[in-house]
Design a protein around this ligand. Structure first.
Ligand SMILES: Nc1ncnc2c1ncn2[C@@H]1O[C@H](COP(=O)(O)OP(=O)(O)OP(=O)(O)O)[C@@H](O)[C@H]1O
Ligand code: SF4
Length: 282
């Protein structure tokens, strides 16, 4: 992508003396070893559950090559604005307690591809971490690209002084996803990022007719891996065949759409577990 396909990114003021992140109580990264396992879905559901528990939440999408968070929140046509304090994130319609920032808001065309070399990505991530005027937040959830790339390293390095609470690792039960997630767990250990726990997504299938949950693929791999690594297992989330339809559905708010999904109830427990791992209470 060329710079011209970005909307004129507002330049935050250079004299900002207090870091925006110093007003954030808890920082949680959402990681996965492999693409398409449901990292953005987990980030969105966690954000929603946290807001329902009365928390002020920010969601930062640093997946520069495939920013899907705007779509998940139904905010595709939104743009970020500049204030004297920095970039103003996009607030979801219904509640000012949920703010979202993504490269997707800076693209002129949502189908534009971002093809940047490492240093440019690193610079953009640094700016995203430092210059978004979140205000007071209880939780900042950071949705990362799949794998363990330059982006991950730059997120971790730039966050070091703010002591992130840790990472939620998302996997599916299949061995191929698990092999990649092993690398992700080892990455966290190497960079000394605490692991809050593992979520096994797409574990079983909710029947659209009877709402029963059947195990069409293997299940339990995420939990076994968590045990092997001595980290917490946060919970299992089945495939809900209605989820994509709900995300694409016009009208309503994103929270009512996600609340209708069969996986929303599982996230109450997962979110409570994350909160407690962060030393917070619901
Ligand atoms: N539990 C689930 N039930 C049904 N569909 C799901 C579930 N989890 C994820 N999906 C769907 O799978 C697709 C991939 O999910 P998502 O975008 O969250 O993955 P991801 O790991 O963030 O992908 P990437 O980082 O590669 O963009 C999406 O269309 C999403 O709606
Ligand atoms: S679980 Fe299978 S058999 Fe039972 S209602 Fe659903 S589709 Fe039909």
């Amino acid at each position: 992508m060329t710079d011209s396909s970005l909307n004129a990114a507002p330049t935050p003021p250079p004299d900002q003396d207090v870091s925006h992140l110093s007003k954030v109580k808890h920082i949680v990264l959402v990681l996965s070893g492999k693409g398409g396992v449901g990292k953005s879905t987990v980030t969105t559901e966690l954000a929603l559950s946290l807001v329902q528990m009365g928390k002020r939440v920010g969601v930062l999408d640093v997946d520069l090559t495939g920013p899907s968070i705007p779509k998940f929140f139904g905010l595709q046509d939104h743009k970020v604005h500049q204030a004297s304090t920095g970039w103003v994130p996009v607030y979801t319609n219904e509640s000012k307690s949920l703010a979202v920032m993504s490269l997707g808001f800076l693209l002129q065309n949502k189908d534009d591809a971002v093809i940047w070399r490492g240093p440019k990505k690193t610079a953009m991530i640094k700016q995203f971490l430092e210059d978004v005027a979140w205000g007071e937040l209880d939780y900042l959830l950071i949705d990362t690209p799949p794998g363990t790339s330059d982006e991950h390293l730059s997120v971790v390095e730039n966050l070091r002084e703010y002591k992130p609470d840790g990472a939620v690792i998302v996997t599916t039960p299949q061995a191929v996803a698990l092999a990649d997630v092993r690398k992700e767990l080892n990455f966290c250990r190497k960079v000394k990022l605490p692991i809050l726990g593992v979520v096994e997504n797409m574990s079983g299938f909710i029947c659209p007719h009877c709402q029963d949950c059947s195990d069409i693929f293997s299940k339990g791999g995420g939990e076994a891996m968590a045990t092997e690594f001595g980290v917490d297992f946060l919970g299992r989330v089945p495939i809900d065949p209605n989820l994509s339809t709900l995300i694409e559905k016009e009208g309503g708010t994103f929270s009512t759409r996600f609340a209708e999904s069969g996986i929303a109830p599982m996230f109450r427990d997962i979110t409570s577990a994350v909160i407690s791992k962060c030393g917070d209470s619901a």
